[in-house]
Write a protein that binds this ligand. Structure first.
Ligand SMILES: *[C@@H]1O[C@H](CO)[C@@H](O)[C@H](O)[C@H]1NC(C)=O
Ligand SMILES: *[C@@H]1O[C@H](CO)[C@@H](O)[C@H](O)[C@H]1NC(C)=O
Ligand SMILES: *[C@@H]1O[C@H](CO)[C@@H](O)[C@H](O)[C@H]1NC(C)=O
Ligand SMILES: *[C@@H]1O[C@H](CO)[C@@H](O)[C@H](O)[C@H]1NC(C)=O
Ligand SMILES: *[C@@H]1O[C@H](CO)[C@@H](O)[C@H](O)[C@H]1NC(C)=O
Length: 446
């Protein structure tokens, strides 16, 4: 039943990629064109099994890529350690072919690789096996993040594996026309292990798997025209928009075909005080199994210090075709009750134009309540009528008739990875949402 609905929604949504994004994403020239000129790190002071491949990456970039637009910075297959972090600024029409596997051994904070002010750029592994091991367990919350892409245009990150960053895994800091796909991200079972945090304009994120206990694929402000689809949060904190505070500006966002197994939530919008808006957002085709929360809008989020302002305005937000169940519902101890649907909106900035369409959320305990506060729209405990603040309204629900236990994926994890031991390196899967094919084949198959 649900599969049919999702298939129909997908069919109707075919033109959405075009409508949602406002132009092409990714590099404008092909990898093969850039392979005509190779900047191999082994010719710039690097060697396989190097104790610090960082300087060779920096040198190949400065002395080869920047001097010859249309080049590929190449890290050949093999293992490398890295101590010295690299900021690669200003490249145009270039690729970073990361076929090697780099292990963090340096302890500085910051980012191992920053790509900044690049245009027509791509970082990828042609074997779909290259990537980074951070051994974050040795240096928890006191080391580098892996990759930051800053203010770049027409770029992609794909076919890479990111394991156990001491801190976040991938940060996209504004820029436009980015595409991130075919990624496996595996962090520790704790906070501060964010998968992908992304801001900017006209970005497409698809076919990504994240294991951690913090952000899966999360939109940060400012953001407009994002399409985020086929995301497998495999024991993760879950995806979110936020945290938002002063002058938030998030609009025209579509998340669709999001599969969440375990972890915190199927989707959360989080803020505490602040100002600005989140508007024109569609959350379509969500499946969740065993999450703590399902649909969670919390504008009094306790994980955040209250920002200046009456609250972020949430407007015109639709949740469509959701199926899932959380693990805690109406417990006898009401202080730990977790509602499958929770809209805790700010009294100074009520949520308006919220639509729940075929949202079938339930709780594994067999009883549940939904809760709404200052939230207006259509569905469950959302109120209609004049937009005036109201106190939390708790609604006892029964199992939605269309609820079905969502399918599992082979490889769903039962729990996250331990904090005190090395995390094994995964391969990049080829399915990220039950029943849907990957959008682009893995690079190693091309
Ligand atoms: C990083 O810290 C670890 C543990 O303190 C230490 O063994 C290692 O030598 C340090 N690495 C560098 C490059 O200093
Ligand atoms: C980005 O790509 C578009 C075409 O898709 C092109 O019009 C634009 O000039 C490019 N921007 C930069 C900074 O290269
Ligand atoms: C509401 O948001 C949807 C996207 O979910 C968008 O298509 C629609 O144009 C928005 N409506 C208004 C009035 O902006
Ligand atoms: C309810 O659970 C919370 C959190 O586990 C605990 O601190 C509190 O003491 C419990 N209250 C009762 C009445 O059992
Ligand atoms: C999800 O869990 C399965 C089972 O362990 C594993 O094969 C897969 O690689 C996991 N995904 C990630 C990103 O770790």
């Amino acid at each position: 039943m649900l599969v049919t609905k999702i298939a129909t929604a997908l069919f109707l949504g075919c033109s959405l990629t075009i409508a949602q994004l406002i132009g092409p994403v990714g590099p404008t020239t092909s990898p093969s064109a850039k392979r005509a000129h190779i900047c191999n790190v082994l010719k710039y002071g690097g060697k396989i099994d190097s104790l610090d491949i960082g300087p060779a990456i920096g040198s190949a970039f400065a002395n080869c890529v920047l001097k010859t637009p249309g080049s590929t910075l190449y890290v050949p297959p093999g293992n490398y350690d890295m101590v010295t972090w690299q900021t690669l600024t200003g490249g145009t029409t270039w690729a970073f072919q990361m076929d090697g596997f780099i292990t963090r051994t340096g302890n500085s904070t910051g980012h191992m690789i920053i790509i900044q002010n690049s245009a027509d750029f791509e970082i990828y592994s042609s074997t779909s096996a290259g990537g980074f091991q951070g051994h974050g367990y040795l240096i928890r919350d006191n080391g580098p993040r892996f990759l930051r892409v800053v203010s770049s245009t027409n770029w992609s990150v794909h076919d890479l594996i990111f394991v156990d960053s001491p801190e976040f895994h991938i940060v996209v800091d504004q820029g436009s026309n980015g595409e991130l796909y075919n990624l496996a991200i595996r962090g520790a079972d704790m906070g501060g292990s964010d998968g992908i945090d992304i801001s900017g304009s006209n970005h497409w994120v698809h076919d990504v798997e994240v294991t951690n206990r913090d952000e899966c694929v999360t939109v940060k402000s400012p953001a407009n025209h994002f399409l985020i689809e086929q995301i497998w949060c495999n024991q993760s904190g879950g995806s979110a928009i936020g945290s938002l505070s002063r002058n938030a500006a998030v609009q025209n966002i579509v998340y669709r075909n999001i599969y969440t197994n375990g972890g915190n939530q199927m989707m959360m919008i989080k803020s505490n005080g602040g100002s600005g808006f989140v508007r024109n957002v569609l959350f379509q085709n969500f499946l969740g199994r065993g999450t703590k929360y399902c649909l969670n809008v919390d504008q009094y989020w306790s994980g955040q210090t209250a920002g200046t302002g009456a609250g972020v305005s949430l407007m015109n937000i639709t949740f469509e075709n959701w199926d899932g169940a959380n693990v805690y519902g109406l417990l006898t101890n009401a202080t730990v009750q977790r509602s499958p649907i929770q809209f805790l909106c700010a009294s100074g900035a009520p949520c308006t134009g919220i639509n729940l369409d075929n949202v079938n959320l339930w709780c594994e305990t067999g009883t549940a309540t939904n809760v709404c506060e200052n939230a207006f729209g259509d569905g469950s405990c959302l109120q209609s009528g004049d937009v005036l603040p109201y106190s939390p309204v708790t609604m006892t629900i029964s199992q939605p008739p269309a609820f079905t236990t969502p399918p599992s994926l082979p490889g769903d994890l039962d729990s996250g990875f331990p904090l005190t031991a090395a995390i094994p390196v995964p391969t990049i899967p080829s399915t990220f949402f039950p029943g849907l094919p990957q959008i682009s084949p893995l690079a190693r198959l091309q």
